[in-house]
Design a protein around this ligand. Structure first.
Ligand SMILES: [Zn+2]
Length: 158
């Protein structure tokens, strides 16, 4: 059975990495207020891979699937996690998840997002996605293209 895309929980040091993993379509929990014990418990209870910069966290008894993230820069972090966990840039899966809160976004009609996006965007875009978690609205456009290019570049490495 296909286990589906890898799911993660990241420590407080890795908030930026969490956003980009979500953009790639990976279910990624990030709660900067969670302590080591809570992170370890969460990973064990939900079958997530724990990403951490903290060697001490890896030594916890509950932690079985974890990656010690060795890089300070986002590109290095993404490449390490991609190589270790077998992630790839899948454009069909990108942008299916809210980078801000991790909820899966859902298709929304123009009427549904009217008043929640700039008028120009409402006039020129046809497809929208709505986040049921935090209420943000997303649409295809220059931001998305730029993010995809950046992801390809980051994953491609120097
Ligand atoms: Zn959201």
């Amino acid at each position: 059975m296909d286990p589906g895309p890898a799911r993660f929980v990241v420590d407080a040091m890795l908030g930026r990495l969490a956003r980009w993993l979500r953009l790639l379509g990976h279910d990624t929990l990030y709660d900067p207020s969670a302590d080591d014990r809570e992170l370890a418990r969460c990973a064990a209870a939900t079958g997530r891979i724990l990403l951490t910069r903290d060697r001490g966290l890896l030594a916890r008894r509950l932690v079985t699937r974890a990656v010690l993230v060795e890089h300070d820069d986002l590109g290095g972090q993404l490449r390490q996690v991609a190589a270790t966990c077998g992630l790839a840039l899948d454009s069909a899966r990108c942008f299916t998840r809210c980078p801000a809160c991790n909820a899966e976004t859902i298709d929304a009609t123009r009427e549904a997002v009217s008043g929640r996006v700039p008028p120009y965007v409402l006039r020129t875009q046809e497809r929208f996605r709505n986040c049921p978690g935090c209420g943000r609205v997303y649409w295809a456009g220059t931001h998305r293209d730029a993010a995809l290019r950046r992801l390809a570049r980051l994953l491609g490495g120097p």
